[in-house]
Structure formats: structure tokens, C-alpha cells
Design a protein around this ligand. Structure first.
Ligand code: SF4
Length: 353
């Protein structure tokens, strides 16, 4: 690589934080003291100041046939819980109002470390997802968990969501509902069991919002498989759904599967899938008209404010629009009443108690 790009100063593998820091310090020595440092104590991040992504692990132990992340990032490597909590506390102290917990497989957090005990502020803390979620839930910020694999650990999070210690928002990529296709994808979870679990989660946490992602047009997907997926969608009535038409990724095992579908068919299934989900989303959002919500302000313009509720992760879900000029700042929480709804977004008016 150095022959082609002589300006590259160091080449380092994944997870090698110490080596990265050593290389950075070798080429850009740290300033001698806090009064000369340009970096704030919470570090530098690329999101607006009021929300931040909190990465808890890197890599993945699964081998989904359409994915090459394990090849690129390696096996699951969890960050020690004390380090994660320290970063979260610094971010919140710096003004972050929403922490978005991310990883390739959030539900597996700590498994590679044997869920070992770490320390935070002199107190022992177990490196597992339940402990992490409880500790983050004590901070004065929204906590949103992304990318939960459908493991039993997810069930243990529902009481924390019902008590609103963390946001009642489950981002659980399901990918398909046909057992044949899930097997070809090397994914778990029969759809009947998933439907029963969704019903149980909703019973225990009635405000729960479930987000998922799916792939349509996977190699070998028949019309019957696809219709099974549409029936699952209609039965599950998920709140937020992303969908991709399958496309091969260089190096993925699925490339070698027989019965690859033509692009036109993959795109047609994507359109049919999204039409079914748009109708579900529209109905669910219409049912929110008249409800009161707490929303987090993202942007303030001269004629409107753009915000999000607990049901909306930034960038991927809907928005909540407050028409009119309001004296608000990004990062403010306000109470609103829902006045209108479209396929994915809400319109509201502020409530002044
Ligand atoms: S799709 Fe997700 S769970 Fe599957 S191998 Fe890739 S990163 Fe892991």
C-alpha cells in the first residue's frame, strides 16, 4: 500500500486502538497540556452536538451469507464497560441529549469477554448488555439501542423500556420471514416465533416501537417466499422498516448461491414490499393524532422546527415538524400534541402547560 500511496503514514489492522494512538502520537505529538489542546475532553465527533453514537463493540461472530463484515472487521470485540460508560458520561456532560448505542451485534455485547467484571468509578460492573443499558439509563439523556440480533437477551431489555429507563425502541434486523430464505441467509428465528415474541414484547411494553430491516430478492426467493414475507409484515405491523433489494457484495458467500434473481424482479419486490409497509406506517402514525409526545429538537428554521420523538432515530426514521417560528435550540426537549400524520412523519403543535 505504501508503494501506491507513499503519503500513508501507518497501516494498522482492526481493533488496534493502541497501535493507532501510537502512530498518531508519532506523527502528530499530543500538545503538552490541557490549555493548549484544541480537542474537547469528550473527543471529536461528526454528529450535531445534541446526539452521539456510542460504539460498544466491533466485529461480529455471525456469518450471514450476504455480509462480509466479519471478514473486514473480525470477530466480536467488546469494549470494556467502564470505558464505554466513561465515554457516555463525558458526552452527556458536554451537552449530548441522546446516545445511540451501536455495534455490529449489540445483543452479543460482552460475550467475547466472558461478561467479565470491569470497574467504573471504583465500583465493579459486569460487561453485559443489561448492565450497560441500566447504567446508561441513569444518565440524563435518551438512550436508543441499535442492531439487536433476535437473541433471548432482547427479552430482558423490555422491562427497562417499559419503565422508560431507555427508549422503548427496538431496532432488530429480521431480514426475512421465510424459513428457507433465512436458512440460506444463515440467519436464525422462525417467523412464527418472532411474531409470538413481538406480541409478548408489546404486551409488556405497550408503547414499544419496533424497527427492522429486510432484504428482498435474495437468491432462491420464490414468489411464495416473498408472499410469506408480506404476510409476516402485515401480521407484525412493525413501526419502522427499511428494505433493500438484494445485491451481491464482493466476497460474500451468497454470491455462489443458485437461482440469483434478475434485477427487475428484485426491484419490483422492493416496491411491493414498501407499498405494504407504507400503508401500515400511515395507519400507525394516524393513530397518533391527538397523542402527546416529548420530542427532541434537531433543527430550528425561520418557519418551522424539525424534531424527533422516541420513535424516530436520526437519519433513518421519520421526523416531527412543528410549524411556525419558535424560540428553541437543537437539543431542547418539548411537549407536543400530534395534529397530522403522513406515511412516515408527524406534524405537531407545542403544548404549554
Ligand atoms: S449481517 Fe450483521 S449479524 Fe450478520 S454477519 Fe453481518 S454484521 Fe454480523
Amino acid at each position: 500500500m505504501r508503494e501506491v500511496h507513499p503519503q500513508v503514514l501507518a497501516a494498522i489492522g482492526p481493533h488496534a486502538y493502541a497501535e493507532v494512538m501510537a502512530a498518531v502520537h508519532a506523527h502528530l505529538p499530543p500538545p503538552p497540556g490541557p490549555f493548549t489542546s484544541l480537542l474537547p475532553p469528550q473527543g471529536v465527533k461528526l454528529t450535531p452536538p445534541h446526539f452521539a453514537y456510542l460504539k460498544i463493540s466491533e466485529g461480529c461472530n455471525h456469518r450471514c451469507s450476504f455480509c462480509i463484515i466479519p471478514n473486514l472487521r473480525g470477530a466480536l470485540t467488546s469494549r470494556p464497560i467502564g470505558e464505554v460508560l466513561g465515554e457516555a458520561e463525558r458526552l452527556v456532560a458536554a451537552g449530548v441529549r441522546e446516545l445511540l448505542v451501536i455495534s455490529q451485534d449489540t445483543s452479543a455485547y460482552g460475550r467475547d469477554l466472558g461478561y467479565r467484571t470491569d470497574f467504573r468509578n471504583g465500583r465493579p460492573v459486569r460487561t453485559d448488555l443489561d448492565t450497560l443499558a441500566r447504567a446508561l439509563g441513569e444518565l440524563p439523556a435518551w438512550v436508543r439501542l441499535h442492531y439487536l440480533y433476535p437473541y433471548p437477551q432482547v427479552d430482558a431489555l423490555i422491562p427497562l423500556m417499559a419503565e422508560e429507563r431507555i427508549l422503548p425502541y427496538l431496532d432488530i434486523p429480521l431480514q426475512h420471514a421465510s424459513p428457507r430464505i433465512l436458512e440460506a441467509m444463515r440467519r436464525p428465528a422462525a417467523s412464527e416465533q418472532v411474531l409470538a415474541r413481538i406480541a409478548d414484547w408489546r404486551e409488556r411494553c405497550p408503547g414499544l416501537v419496533i424497527r427492522s430491516t429486510f432484504i428482498v430478492g435474495f437468491p432462491g426467493e420464490t414468489e411464495a417466499d416473498f408472499e410469506q414475507l408480506l404476510r409476516f409484515l402485515a401480521a407484525a405491523r412493525l413501526d419502522r422498516v427499511g428494505c433493500f433489494a438484494y445485491s451481491p457484495v464482493a466476497g460474500a458467500a451468497a454470491n455462489a448461491l443458485p437461482d440469483q434473481l434478475p434485477e427487475a424482479l428484485r426491484e419490483e419486490r422492493l416496491e411491493r414490499f414498501m407499498a405494504v409497509q407504507a400503508a401500515i406506517s400511515r395507519e400507525k402514525l394516524k393513530a397518533r393524532i391527538g397523542q402527546r409526545l416529548t420530542v427532541l429538537v434537531d433543527e430550528v428554521a425561520a418557519d418551522q422546527v424539525i424534531a424527533r420523538s422516541y420513535a424516530d432515530a436520526p437519519e433513518i426514521d421519520g421526523t416531527v415538524t412543528v410549524p411556525g417560528p419558535w424560540d428553541l435550540e437543537p437539543g431542547d426537549f418539548i411537549e407536543v400534541e400530534v395534529t397530522d400524520a403522513r406515511d412516515h412523519d408527524l406534524w405537531v403543535r407545542p403544548i404549554e402547560d
